[in-house]
Design a protein around this ligand. Structure first.
Ligand code: NAP
Ligand code: 8YV
Length: 320
């Protein structure tokens, strides 16, 4: 298997992964599964220097502590497009390459975002609960908000943001966006700040990357600008939204509703949201289809395999 540029060192699997990915990794490489070791600390102490590559999920990443315990580490391969759980600058400073799985999940995340937007505006989940609890026998379900023709703001017009916008064009929606860099080849209007975006739209869809730079980007004042008729959709990361401010806005009628696939402290969801009929709560499932997870697993494997055989990654994360 190893070539002249490759390596036959150990691959550390940091957390449980897709079963088909785990099988492929184990078939082609010497893999140690950290979570299955009786004493992970002892393994890292005695064998940490044998590990050349770590495979992990976007949710778990590689902590600084783990990175430090692997002096021979040369690649970190993420299953998932987000990689804010790994300190990439720190990895780079040590000469460690980092990859993720862009593009292959874009369609599914965008599909879910549009579904979530329609759900929160037309109140589909709430209407389903209404029927199930027998309330329809007593009364008609209250009217909801129209989706087609509305103004939708996309915060973060990257791969996923653009795919969401493309889908919404089919709903004759007026699209606005905010991202640090202007996107040249779209006709959507760019506004200069998340607050301005929220003030100008009926629904705000959050698709920025996570991490320190976007922490709390959707602040209390952004939610205030969205207003009592406005809806929020978040398929990005929970950290992007000031979650206590969001809970206040939702419980106090500051915004009309929210559809949330991600939370600040997953899998824990703020208690106050659990009984709110204006909120759609999803367990981080935007990429969770058979087709997309297999494609993510395949790309993860190809990154790792190429690194082990040729010494380079297929989809390295961009320089910042
Ligand atoms: P991407 O192509 O890198 O897009 C990220 C976008 O965020 C870029 O347009 C970037 O534009 C923008 N951005 C970054 N910082 C910003 C800021 N401070 N203000 C405004 N815009 C900012 O990544 P992607 O593939 O679309 O994925 C986006 C994110 O979706 C991932 O990082 C991940 O967190 C999340 N995600 C979630 C799920 C899920 O299951 N819910 C699945 C996949 C991905 P500028 O740099 O020009 O600002
Ligand atoms: C995954 C994601 O659910 O790709 C991402 O950044 O958030 C999702 O696709 C998850 O992170 C896989 O670990």
């Amino acid at each position: 298997m190893p070539s002249s540029t490759g390596t036959d060192g150990t691959v550390l699997q940091v957390c449980p992964l897709l079963p088909t990915l785990e099988t492929a990794l184990a078939e082609h490489h010497r893999v140690v599964r950290l979570a299955e070791l009786p004493d992970p600390d002892a393994y890292l102490r005695d064998h940490g220097d044998e590990v050349v590559a770590a495979v992990t999920s976007a949710r778990i990443g590689v902590s600084n502590e783990l990175m430090d315990a692997l002096p021979g580490l040369r690649a970190i391969v993420h299953f998932g497009v987000g990689y804010e759980t790994t300190d990439v600058a720190r990895a780079r400073a040590r000469g460690i390459d980092v990859s993720n799985t862009p593009d292959v999940l874009t369609d599914c995340v965008a599909d879910l975002a549009v579904g979530a937007l329609i759900d929160v505006m037309r109140r589909l989940s709430a209407a389903d609960r209404f029927v199930r609890r027998g309330a329809w026998l007593q009364d008609a379900f209250p009217l909801a908000a129209k989706v087609s023709g509305k103004r939708v703001g996309i915060l973060g017009l990257g791969r996923i943001g653009r795919a969401i916008a493309r889908r919404l064009e089919g709903f004759d929606v007026e699209l606005l966006y905010c991202s640090r860099t202007p996107v040249e080849d779209v006709s959507y209007r760019r506004v200069s700040s998340p607050t301005e975006l929220a003030a100008e739209c009926d629904a705000l869809v959050v698709a920025v990357s996570g991490g320190g730079a976007t922490q709390g980007l959707v602040s209390a004042s952004v939610l205030d600008a969205l207003g009592p008729q406005g809806c929020l959709v978040n398929v990005s990361r929970g950290s992007v939204i000031d979650e206590p401010a969001l809970v206040n806005a939702l419980t106090g009628g500051g915004i009309a509703g929210a559809a949330l696939d991600v939370f600040a402290d997953e899998p824990r969801v703020p208690k106050d949201l659990l009984d709110l009929d204006t909120v759609v709560l999803l367990p981080h499932i935007a990429s969770a289809t058979h087709e997309t997870r297999e494609a993510m697993g395949e790309l993860t494997f190809r990154n790792l395999h190429r690194f082990m055989t040729e010494g380079s990654l297929l989809t390295p994360v961009p320089e910042h």
